[in-house]
Design a protein. Structure first.
Length: 697
């Protein structure tokens, strides 16, 4: 700490022509016991204190004496830039601070006391900060075994606040603690194991000694599980290092590795074989040195350090060989060069190696694509050939930013495809925002999509509200049931796609957006365009890349895996252990699934929660097929089910009767489809399949 940090700059000074009476008056008025004497340029001339005044009074001398007659002129001074430690040894109550003779301030013993008190307080705060920032738990006790320090890590480990812990005996906090024994033995006990709340802790216990006496004890604790994790990581790091060594040494290419300053730290055997340069000739030397010594005519590592990018050169070695050298920078987390790895090849072998390298790159890309597919298959059920082809297409679309239209019947999993597309796209680190255009009233949908300004309408939030286009900015916006948009909203959506900007409801200022649009529908937008229900220009904007998700009936080989997944999900959700009877899965394979995957999921959940037994039988999957109240599994509602008839035929009869009844009840294929939760084309197709007499409307 410097003198200028603590000195008093608010000075009370006396002039050379002042008298002792003036000095006494100043001392009494300002309640000080001394003051410097300066000239007109604030140059220090002397120091006058109460002692000078009292001495004159005691000797009955004249108080009108000039200060220059009695003041102390041999004054010790200090520079503002000096350290306070330089004046601690001085027995002075008041010390002038000067620079080039000019008075800059005064420092007193009180100033020193305050400065050291502030330093001690800052040191205490710093010590507490360090203790509380320590990753390990720290507990200290006094001679009575009472807790004195209980840092934040200890609070987290034991679930007790420091306020609760401090002052209590340590065994109240850790019942099995033997920390108090250290007070008696005075021995250091490293790596002592204790157990607390199902945790195994390693405690390093040490006495606290001051002036040769034990005044307390301290324990530093660490969760062994974390230590084991670190040891495991260290083991893997050693394995990785060994593997890396093996890779480097087994490389057919020469490898030359330097640090960020170009100092050689590693050379493999292949490098010596290709160049004729031995490791001991270059290890520890910088590339500048080696070029200057004539070992190399130029260095790729030096060029990499300058350009901070990969560099390839033709290099001549002192052995007379010419090699092709490629230097590659390795960056740390802060973007600084950490290592430079140089590959060295004999030019005569270059063509063969280039072909092998291209093959390796292609194989790596192939493996990465396969890895993506395996990850997707682990998360979603994608077993059929059609599903695999669909995933291949989606992964390719992830590399571009085109607008995608996902089509398919209700319940086939269009939203799942949107999730896969976004999570494997160039926008995967940005938000995926979803909205169902058919689930929000038209009067609210516009403000949900585009947001609104303050006062745009009655009930509008103060300050306005962002729309989902703004929320999804930079990411992906999934508009489900896009066919339900009204024509006015279609017009506004078209403008967004064309202009890449939106205007909030009630606003006038356009807001630029950067959003990838993915839409989905179970309706035929082409038919809607022909009927005037959907804008043609918007359709072409959305239909840049169409994707059709096949219905479940066209990928029935996924039914076993889907069923297993749903059984696992609902058993976990409801804490059950149900299983399907052997006949149920065959029935599922024979059924046509008009509601697709959603229908399968709903049937499995219903069966899990309604079947009283662990084995789920067919009657709980298709309850309308069997009269459970009769107690004898007798067919009641459907008389044309014959004993011994196979399940597929029975299910088809049931499906035909259900569709016929829906057509009779609702009068049109569209309304029947809405009632049954499927698309109109599905109903039209099944009407034709079963030969049901009904007009197509």
């Amino acid at each position: 700490m410097k003198i200028e940090d603590i000195m008093s700059s608010d000075l009370y000074v006396l002039k050379e022509n002042d008298t002792l009476r003036d000095a006494a008056a100043l001392f009494i008025d300002k309640r000080i016991d001394g003051a410097p004497v300066v000239d007109g340029d604030m140059q220090l001339r002397g120091l006058i204190t109460k002692s000078h005044v009292l001495r004159v009074v005691a000797q009955n001398q004249n108080m009108n004496l000039l200060l220059t007659d009695v003041m102390e002129t041999d004054v010790v001074t200090i520079n503002p830039a000096d350290d306070i430690d330089d004046i601690v040894h001085l027995e002075l109550g008041r010390l002038p601070v000067t620079r080039d003779g000019e008075l800059k301030g005064i420092i007193t013993r009180s100033d020193l006391v305050r400065a050291y008190y502030r330093s001690v307080r800052d040191l205490e705060e710093e010590l507490n900060t360090v203790i509380n920032s320590t990753y390990n738990a720290i507990i200290t006790i006094d001679l009575q075994g009472r807790v004195q320090i209980f840092n934040q890590s200890a609070q987290k480990l034991f679930g007790i606040s420091s306020e609760e812990a401090i002052g209590k005996h340590v065994t109240k906090i850790v019942p099995d603690s033997n920390l108090a024994e250290i007070l008696e033995t005075g021995k250091i006990e490293p790596s002592h194991t204790i157990y607390h709340a199902d945790k195994t802790l390693i405690s390093n216990r040490t006495p606290v000694i001051l002036d040769g006496k034990i005044i307390g004890a301290v324990a530093v604790l660490q969760d062994v599980s974390e230590l084991e994790k670190v040891l495991t990581e260290l083991y893997y790091a050693k394995e990785l290092n060994s593997e890396l060594d093996a890779i480097i040494e087994s490389s057919f290419d020469g490898m030359y590795i330097t640090d960020a300053q170009g100092r050689t730290i590693r050379v493999n055997e292949a490098y010596s074989r290709i160049t004729g340069i031995k490791q001991e000739e270059v290890l520890g030397k910088t590339m500048d040195q080696l070029v200057e010594e004539g070992v190399y005519d130029q260095s790729a590592s030096i060029l990499v350090m300058k350009k901070k990018e990969s560099v390839t050169i033709s290099q001549e070695v002192k052995t007379g060989k010419t090699v092709l050298v490629t230097g590659n920078p390795v960056f740390d987390e802060d973007g600084n060069i950490f290592r430079i790895v140089t590959n060295v090849r004999d030019i005569t072998e270059l063509n063969n190696l280039r072909q092998k390298l291209e093959h390796a790159h292609s194989l790596t890309a192939h493996y990465q694509e396969q890895l993506k597919k395996h990850k997707i298959s682990d998360k979603y059920v994608m077993r059929s050939q059609k599903s695999k082809e669909l995933v291949d297409l989606v992964l390719r679309l992830g590399k571009v930013d085109s607008t995608v239209l996902i089509q398919g019947e209700s319940g086939v999993g269009k939203e799942v495809i949107a999730d896969i597309l976004h999570s494997n796209s160039i926008r995967k680190d940005e938000p995926l925002v979803k909205i169902n255009c058919g689930a929000i009233p038209e009067t609210l949908l516009e403000s949900e999509l585009f947001g609104y300004e303050a006062g745009a309408f009655t009930g509008a939030r103060k300050g306005g509200k962002m729309g989902i286009f703004e929320i999804a900015d930079g990411g992906t916006l999934f508009l489900d049931e896009i066919g339900e948009l009204s024509l006015p909203l279609q017009t506004k959506l078209l403008r967004v796609l064309q202009e890449r900007e939106i205007v909030r409801v009630g606003g006038i200022n356009p807001i630029s957006i950067d959003v990838r649009i993915i839409t989905a529908t179970n309706r035929s937008l082409r038919e809607m365009v022909e009927k005037g229900e959907f804008r043609k220009d918007l359709f072409y904007r959305l239909n840049v890349v169409p994707i059709t998700v096949p219905p479940l009936r066209e990928r029935k080989d996924e039914i076993p895996a889907l069923t297993t997944k749903f059984m696992h999900v609902f058993n976990n959700q409801y804490k059950l252990n149900k299983r399907l009877d052997k006949d149920v899965l065959q029935a599922f394979m024979n059924y046509d699934w008009p509601g697709n995957v959603r229908e399968l999921e709903n049937i499995v959940e219903r069966a899990v929660v309604t079947c009283p037994d662990d084995a789920i039988t067919l009657e709980y999957c298709f309850p309308n097929l069997v009269d459970n109240n009769a107690g004898n599994n007798k067919m009641t509602e459907y008389e044309d089910f014959n004993k011994g008839e196979d399940l597929k035929t029975s299910v088809e009869k049931l499906e035909k009767r259900i569709i016929t009844r829906a057509l009779n009840d609702y009068g049109s294929t569209r309304k029947a489809a809405e009632a049954l939760g499927v698309s109109q084309p599905t109903i039209v197709r099944k009407v034709a399949r079963y030969g049901i007499k009904h007009s197509r409307t």
